[in-house]
Design a protein around this ligand. Structure first.
Ligand SMILES: Nc1nc2c(c(=O)[nH]1)N[C@@H](CN(C=O)c1ccc(C(=O)N[C@@H](CCC(=O)O)C(=O)O)cc1)CN2
Ligand SMILES: NCC(=O)N[C@@H]1O[C@H](COP(=O)([O-])[O-])[C@@H](O)[C@H]1O
Length: 181
């Protein structure tokens, strides 16, 4: 049962490939789903346009990326605010392998970041972060699972505040609240 006080509901779940657990969970919950595969398009730009059109069909107020492992192009970024969650404390360790890179560097503390996506790779304004310790004996899987436990709560809490309170961006600084509020 959706929480009416949360301030938002999921209108659709999309992916760039089949067989994603998030798609199955959405289908079980009766939430519309879609898959837009890069391989089905002649160019990356064509995929970008097709993805933006699929998203637009569900008329979201906010797009949330969680484990979406493709860099979004201008058609999507220009049409919707996009939130992304990353398993490292940006600007450290951006990219597709943040956990592996942090572990290899030897950091003792890492974490997760919720940010607004921009045209760069994990370079957008940061909304929220939370630290996670690296423990002796950690490998990429154990550390990533510890991060995910924190990250899932941070993402849900952050998106809920954005939906209920709104947000503003001044330079690189994101604040909750509505313009002039
Ligand atoms: N325009 C943006 N799009 C996305 C961002 C972003 O910051 N700006 N964040 C990513 C998520 N992400 C890290 O948090 C991330 C995902 C994937 C990659 C990457 O190198 N992807 C390659 C293909 C990888 C693959 O198919 O296995 C690519 O897109 O060519 C880097 C960072 C979500 N989108
Ligand atoms: N750079 C993007 C990136 O690394 N995204 C990460 O993929 C994981 C997906 O977990 P899941 O498959 O359990 O949902 C999450 O930790 C997310 O931050």
């Amino acid at each position: 049962m959706a929480d009416e006080t949360y301030g938002a509901r999921v209108v659709a779940v999309g992916a760039d490939r089949e067989g994603i657990e998030g798609l199955a969970r959405a289908e079980r919950a009766g939430v519309p789903t879609f898959v837009e595969r890069l391989a089905d398009h002649p160019t990356r730009e064509a995929w970008d346009r097709a993805l933006a059109a699929r998203i637009a069909g569900h008329r979201p107020d906010l797009v949330v990326c969680a484990g979406f492992m493709k860099i979004l192009g201008a058609p999507t970024l220009g049409a919707f605010p996009v939130v992304n969650t990353h398993p490292a404390l940006l600007p450290s360790f951006p990219g597709a392998h943040g956990v592996r890179d942090a572990l290899a560097y030897g950091v003792r503390v890492t974490g997760c970041t919720v940010m607004l996506a921009d045209a760069g790779v994990d370079t957008g304004p940061i909304i929220a972060q939370e630290s996670v310790p690296v423990l002796d004996g950690d490998d990429e899987e154990s550390l990533h699972e510890r991060i995910k436990t924190v990250e899932r709560t941070l993402l849900v809490d952050t998106v809920g505040r954005m939906a209920r309170e709104g947000w503003t961006v001044t330079g690189r600084i994101v604040r909750f609240g509505r313009p002039g509020g």
